[in-house]
Design a protein around this ligand. Structure first.
Ligand SMILES: [Zn+2]
Length: 69
């Protein structure tokens, strides 16, 4: 079941589930990179899919990407 995400719902999700903020104002789909502002004040880009499903909810400095094994 695919939930229909809108930019408003994503913003809400981001604010409820992370310390980051959503800067992007338009949402075009899971493959789109969204711009976030981390709690440390730096901006980072990530798809919402990664943000939500892979728990990547901070910038690469606060949460370094896991190395692929
Ligand atoms: Zn950060």
């Amino acid at each position: 079941m695919n939930k229909q995400w809108t930019i408003g719902k994503i913003k809400e999700f981001v604010e409820k589930n992370s310390d980051s903020k959503l800067l992007t104002t338009e949402y075009h789909g899971f493959s789109q990179k969204l711009l976030f502002k981390c709690a440390c004040d730096s901006n980072f880009e990530k798809t919402f899919k990664k943000f939500k499903n892979n728990n990547q909810r901070k910038c690469d400095v606060c949460q370094p990407p896991k190395e692929a094994r």
